[in-house]
Design a protein around this ligand. Structure first.
Ligand SMILES: NC(=O)c1ccc[n+]([C@@H]2O[C@H](COP(=O)([O-])OP(=O)(O)OC[C@H]3O[C@@H](n4cnc5c(N)ncnc54)[C@H](O)[C@@H]3O)[C@@H](O)[C@H]2O)c1
Length: 302
């Protein structure tokens, strides 16, 4: 395990929700921060992070704006002298369905794909050459969703539930709902899911290109986690029972810290899944996933 103290991280979308929890967790590890958000309260968030005892540069800006990203990343490098960690977190959700009209769809596309996919792409393109030039490795964490790997409904809701459309009992132990379930978050999520699945291109493509530079790329695929976004799905009035079932952003952030503390020989090119109803913890490394050359293994300690 490595010490993160003194490193520099960029966290996007850090004003509220998961991004804020990631920034706070990094600050508590002694990591200096450059944070950004479209929300003006990012300035106050920056001061709160400094009060934890680290240096922090906070900027209001849109991750889908190439000029903003270029300036923010270059200024981060000038101010801190280095960039070790990029947490590509900023994301939005909006209902979009297959038969939406063209005008609404184009606005949704710019908003959802622009933030979730273009934003991560722009930050990657701006930060990666800096990390390579530094020559000391680095970490990129892309924030995705559990829709990459499940239908989004927690397993425990379906166990024994004859209403579950995927109720096949694959293990033959009388557990309805144990069967294979299609991925994706439902019919009003086409753009959201498309923007998140596309992140696999950056997860695997970047990891392959950057393994020999000691830059790791991992993705976080969480289910329902208490945040501004999740509360907005419940009209900001969720029941106590609903809230008690959600995961906590702070726990999620600790898993991210665990990945970062593994250092250059740790997990790489992995979608890390966190499911409601299960302990929020690092999954075992994926083993034997070879890229480029036989002696370059990604997915687990060498
Ligand atoms: N909360 C969940 O249950 C959940 C589940 C799966 C994935 N996620 C993902 O986690 C990430 C964080 O989500 P959250 O739940 O904390 O959401 P949130 O809405 O609570 O916080 C997102 C933050 O990103 C900022 N942001 C949005 N668009 C931006 C832009 N264009 N430029 C800069 N900042 C922008 C927002 O202002 C906000 O501060 C997102 O990528 C989301 O898709 C969340």
């Amino acid at each position: 395990m490595i010490d993160l103290k003194g490193k520099t991280a960029i966290v996007t979308g850090a004003a509220v929700g998961l991004g804020n929890a990631y920034a706070v967790a990094l600050a508590k590890e002694g990591v200096n921060l450059a944070v950004c958000d479209v929300r003006p309260e990012i300035g106050k968030v920056g001061r709160d992070l400094e009060n934890i005892g680290v240096q922090c540069e906070a900027r209001e800006g849109d991750v889908s704006d190439p000029d903003f990203v270029r300036r923010f990343v270059d200024d981060t490098k000038s101010i801190f002298g280095r960039i070790d960690i990029l947490v590509n977190n900023a994301g939005v959700w909006g209902a979009s369905v297959a038969d939406d009209d063209m005008e609404k769809s184009l606005t949704d596309y710019e908003n959802i794909v622009g933030t979730n996919l273009k934003g991560e792409f722009l930050f990657g393109r701006a930060v990666i050459p800096i990390m390579i030039e530094q020559g000391t490795g680095g970490d990129i964490i892309n924030v995705a969703t559990d829709h990459m790997v499940t239908c989004g409904t927690p397993h425990f809701y379906c166990e024994g539930n004859s209403e579950c459309p995927h109720k096949e009992d694959i293990h033959g132990i009388g557990n309805a709902g144990d069967g294979p379930r299609p991925t994706g978050g439902g019919d009003a999520m086409d753009l959201y899911d498309a923007s998140k699945w596309a992140l696999n291109g950056f997860l695997y493509g970047w990891a392959k290109a950057l393994t020999d530079k000691n830059i790791r790329v991992n993705a976080l695929c969480m289910g329902a986690t208490d945040s501004y976004m999740l509360r907005s799905f419940h009209d900001f009035d969720p029941s106590e029972e609903e809230v008690s079932q959600w995961m906590r952003a702070e726990d999620n952030a600790q898993v991210m810290i665990g990945i970062l503390r593994e250092g250059r020989h740790g997990r790489n090119a992995q979608n890390h899944q966190f499911c409601m109803g299960r302990t929020v913890a690092l999954e075992p490394p994926i083993s034997q996933l070879y890229v480029l050359e036989e002696d370059v293994r990604i997915g687990g300690p060498k």
